[in-house]
Design a protein around this ligand. Sequence first.
Ligand code: NAD
Length: 483
Amino acid sequence: MSVRTIQNWVGNREHPPAKGAYMDDFGPATGEVIARIPKSDAEDVDAAVTAAQAAMAGSWSQSTPAERADLCEAIADAIESRLDELAELESLDCGKPITTARTVDIPRAVANFRFFAGAVRHDETGCHDMGRSRLNYTLRRPLGVVGLITPWNLPLYLLSWKVAPALACGNAVVAKPSEMTPLTADALGAIVRDIGAPDGVFNLVHGLGPEVGAPLTEHPEVAAISFTGGTATGARVAAAAAPRFKKLSLELGGKNPTIVFDDADLDLAVEGAVRAGFTNTGQVCLCGSRLFVQRGIYDAFVERFTVAVQQLPAGDPSQPQTRVGALISAAHRDKVEGYIALAREEGGTLVAGGGRTAVPAALAGGYYVEPTVVTGLSANARCATEEIFGPVVTVHVFDDEEEVLRLANGVRYGLSASVWTTNLARAHRVSAALDCGMVWVNTWLLRDLRVPFGGMKDSGVGREGGAHSLEFYTEQRNICVTW
Ligand code: NAD
């Protein structure tokens, strides 16, 4: 396979890194080098910020919401027309099952651009009549240059979740995708140029977090940082942004409970718990990696859940039937395997998986771990409280609502939860008492792009989605007029 070298995107042009340094991008399915990417630094960030500032100083600042909505629609159309190609790139770069990339990741990137096009077309701001010839009205103004930092697990999905509202609101973007999944971000750079977007509204700098993400976060001309990634990195980003008074959105890690009550529809709950545990090979911040099952159905549920997990088609991400693909890197596989070893030490029983997925010889260098289910661990065990971010679910028994709420809320994270019950009152009661940003009842990861998305505690600060994104990517200005 030929190894492509990609460049940064600055002012709609491919832009080699100033120091001429490059690094390897590995394909998780095989462990082979699939591309070379710029190993950029502060100088490249500076060039991108300068291009973005030039865009803000030019005609972009005069663009209307309708024009920006048209631009987002054009990007959506272009992504949609290249859906298969982008899905293959995403699967290759990420090790994710091709069917996930085709049916989830790339369609969602299209939806993000369409959604925020609609959002700014239909946006309304307030007007308050004080009476006696006094009126207050509110304008939204773009922030200027915004920095967008994204992780590797849902590359174009999450990048577009930030780029779309940022552009729709009239900002200029400097994006820093994960160094492990640069390929669809590069394709987005080409799409933005090809549809004729104004120079400098979208810029992209590849490289390592400390060498690109940190200077972007610290840059005095960057007005806001939207960051999605791990909690430890989020703390660094917050520390750098705070003294510079930047607007900051942090979407961080999770250790989300799936709670199944005795009265749940068992078929639905088993299917839902499998999906929550193993979608994208367990590498979604929202994955339900802690499964709490009420005592009356515990044995029956675990038996059915275990069989369903063992039957998940795992292995080659390029095969359409594959549901569990490769992990992102050798280091991440080692981390996940370290947690599986720890689960044994902590007294857990592996009732499914635990080893490496059997794959054809051509994939022997890839990073595969079997879908794994652990029972018998204390809910306070490290494996049950720390984010593993892989295909590992720990299962715990509980007796009543009070106990499960204490266990579910007893971690430092607070991103999401799913609750499975046919008791309506219980569904509302438990949902309201869970310490997290999002609760799904009798479903998981059913998304409506209008609702607030985000977490509490160590899972983040702020909300994205719908009006919350418009709020984040604009500064509101109140004007009080008398006559
Ligand atoms: P990560 O924190 O290692 O990296 C995220 C991004 O930050 C990358 O682009 C990285 O290069 C950059 N970065 C690293 N150091 C930096 C620094 N000092 N300054 C600025 N940027 C820096 O996370 P990851 O391993 O890529 O992603 C997995 C994590 O992301 C998991 O914890 C997962 O839960 C979380 N995540 C959260 C959400 C959410 O919406 N809450 C969504 C997806 C993933």
